[in-house]
Design a protein around this ligand. Sequence first.
Ligand SMILES: Cc1cc2nc3c(=O)[nH]c(=O)nc-3n(C[C@H](O)[C@H](O)[C@H](O)COP(=O)(O)OP(=O)(O)OC[C@H]3O[C@@H](n4cnc5c(N)ncnc54)[C@H](O)[C@@H]3O)c2cc1C
Length: 464
Amino acid sequence: MATRIEGRVLRRGDYHYESRRREACWHSAVPERYPEVIVLANNEDDVVAAVQLAREGGLQIAVRSGGHSWSGSHLRDGTVLIDLSNLRHVAVDKEAMTATAQPGIKGSELNTLLAEQDLFFPTGHCTGVSIGGYLLQGGFAWAGRDYGPACMSVTGIDVVTANGERVHADETQNADLFWAARGAGPGFFAVVTRFYVKLYSRRRVTMNSGYFWPAPFAQDVYRFVHEIGRRTPTEINLMCVRDPMTNHEPLIALNATAFTDTEEEAREQLAVYESCPARSHVLTTRLNEVSDTGTLSRVGTDPHYDETKRYLADNMWTHASFDDLWPNFEAMLKTWPPAPSHMVVFNWGYEGQPERPSMAYSVEDDVYYGLYAAWTDPADDQRYTRWVTDHMRAWEPFASGIQLADENLVNRPYRFVTDENLRRLDTHRAAWDPEGLFVSWLGRPVLRTDAADTGEVPVAGASD
Ligand SMILES: Cc1cc2nc3c(=O)[nH]c(=O)nc-3n(C[C@H](O)[C@H](O)[C@H](O)COP(=O)(O)OP(=O)(O)OC[C@H]3O[C@@H](n4cnc5c(N)ncnc54)[C@H](O)[C@@H]3O)c2cc1C
């Protein structure tokens, strides 16, 4: 196979192949799936050449931007893996409040650049996440409730298609491809080399309050969060994790953040947490601290994501009452895995949320539960995979779907877009990638109409 690629090309068996394959996954449970070729693209022409390389070699294509897929969705057998981590160019038009950004840039880097100009883009809670995979699957951001999933702030994309063509897609040209790019996530069927995005004015004040309880008060705290989640304009990050503060028993940490223009307004918004029924039992608090999202990521979020550990994530959207969720949670608390394993709950549904456009992203709800097990020994893989998967399965009667950000599709395929949108994605894929060059989701739910009997949300099935 001859190549015209300026960047690095590593074939299976090459000296640096295995280290690069391992580095392609952000944590240490690297899946036993082996691309035939890894192409580290230097530019968009390299992407076109990599697509040709796959076609000539009869291989499929997988794409990586930042490698933060928990399941290593980009590591697939029999593929050319196109790694876009070197495509990192950003151009900001302050007056127009727009930018173009390549997929390899990290959200935190983008926001640091924007902050210098008093601008803002809704990027993820962790410092390391690149915008490529993040924007394709939706994008759950700091202050995200005010803007909707971050893909709503994407106005166009440049892509390389399955036949190696470079095309632009937006609301007016190649609109079906643009529709799919906002929500298809790891099931997208082209390579995005550039995003066109809307920017926002940066709110002046980011204020955070933290409350910490031992697990026996969990029920009161979670019920309170479910009750106020929709009506508070503040963003709730409710975490359960073993912690030294509770002698390594599960700790319940409620962090609430207000994004406002004045400190007074932020303090008013955060005052609601003083009415939590478990307030008097709190171990400690940090109240009304002025901060910024970079600091909140570094101090509050990043320490829970240790790349030397093995991870499995799973999640659900729900609007159930917490009392329905409590029995499973109570059981989980008795077998909670060691730190940094944790569960995070966000409030998402919001009276004032912006109207959603037509896009593939279509499943969301009032409250989000993300469950993350982290461990060290490969001998524990099955144990923790079961712990996460079985507990999330136990909550299925109360779930309206999952988010692709924290998907566990290989073990538990579950509804991530509406049935109608899943069919529409299949149709667009057939048109843009008729030979199935691009790999798809690691698993997919069975459509309701394909399920033989019930009207329940069905599960199971794998796409590749
Ligand atoms: C520690 C951690 C924290 C996270 N925090 C958040 C958060 O706060 N909010 C949130 O919404 N999500 C979060 N996520 C989830 C994260 O957004 C997704 O895993 C996302 O896919 C990561 O982006 P990436 O570029 O690193 O993806 P990659 O792992 O590189 O790619 C994931 C998949 O996306 C597709 N893809 C990626 N780039 C392209 C491209 N340019 N063109 C075509 N297809 C592409 C591929 O199919 C690939 O398999 C977090 C994940 C981790 C591990």
